[in-house]
Design a protein around this ligand. Structure first.
Ligand SMILES: [Zn+2]
Length: 195
C-alpha cells in the first residue's frame, strides 16, 4: 500500500505506537498493528487500532481536563448564561458535543471548563493545548540550573503565568554574594587605574 501523503510504500508495524496532537500531547497505544511511511513518517491506523488509539487519547484528554481545580468548571446553567443561550442549546450544540468545549461528565452532570467555554464563545473552538509543552520544561530546567548557580531556591526565580516581575535584592539570600562580587570587580578596576 502506498503512503497517502507522499506515495512511498508503507511498512507494516506492530507493537506500541506513540501518537501526539497539539491538544493532549503524546499518548500510547499498546499491542497494535499500523502502517508507517519510512519516507515521511505518516501513520495509518485501521479499524480496531484506530478505535484503541481514539480511546487512549480520550483517556489522556479526560485526565488532563480533570487536573484543573474544581473552581475552573461551570455547570450547564452557568455555561448557558455565559454563552447567552438556553440550557437545551448548550446540550444540543453539535460542536460542544464533539469536544470543542473541554468538558467532564461526573455523576450524570456536565462540568464545562470555563476557560474553554469563553474561548468557544469568541472563536467557535474552545480547544487549546492542555499538556505542558517541552519548551516550558526546558525553561524550568534552565531556571533550576541558574538558581543552582546562584545558590538560591528555584522558586525565587520562577514566575508563574506572567511577565517577569522585578525582584528586589532582599528577595535573594545570595545578595551578599553579588555584593562581594561587585566589590571585587570594583577593587580590581581601581587597582588597574592606580597602576
Ligand atoms: Zn509518506
Amino acid at each position: 500500500m502506498k503512503c497517502m501523503e507522499c506515495g512511498s510504500d508503507y511498512l507494516q508495524k506492530h507493537g506500541t505506537l506513540t501518537e501526539h496532537d497539539e491538544y493532549v500531547g503524546e499518548w500510547q497505544v499498546h499491542d497494535v498493528d499500523w502502517l508507517e511511511c519510512p519516507a515521511c513518517g505518516d501513520v495509518a491506523l485501521r479499524g480496531d487500532a484506530a478505535q484503541k488509539s481514539a480511546e487512549a487519547r480520550r483517556r489522556k484528554l479526560e485526565s488532563l481536563i480533570a487536573d484543573y481545580p474544581m473552581k475552573s468548571f461551570v455547570l450547564e446553567t452557568e455555561a448557558a448564561e455565559l454563552l447567552g443561550v438556553s440550557k437545551q442549546a448548550v446540550n444540543q450544540n453539535r460542536r460542544i458535543q464533539r469536544g470543542f468545549v473541554y468538558c467532564l461528565r461526573r455523576a450524570g452532570r456536565n462540568f464545562y471548563l470555563k476557560e474553554s467555554l469563553l474561548q468557544f464563545k469568541e472563536t467557535g473552538d474552545g480547544r487549546f493545548p492542555l499538556f505542558e509543552e517541552e519548551g516550558a520544561t526546558e525553561a524550568e530546567s534552565y531556571i533550576d540550573a541558574e538558581a543552582g548557580a546562584l545558590g538560591i531556591e528555584p522558586q525565587k526565580l520562577r514566575v508563574v503565568g506572567g511577565p517577569c516581575r522585578e525582584v528586589s535584592a532582599s528577595d535573594f539570600d545570595s545578595a551578599s554574594i553579588s555584593d562581594k562580587q561587585a566589590r571585587y570587580e570594583y577593587e580590581e578596576s581601581s587597582e588597574l587605574q592606580e597602576g
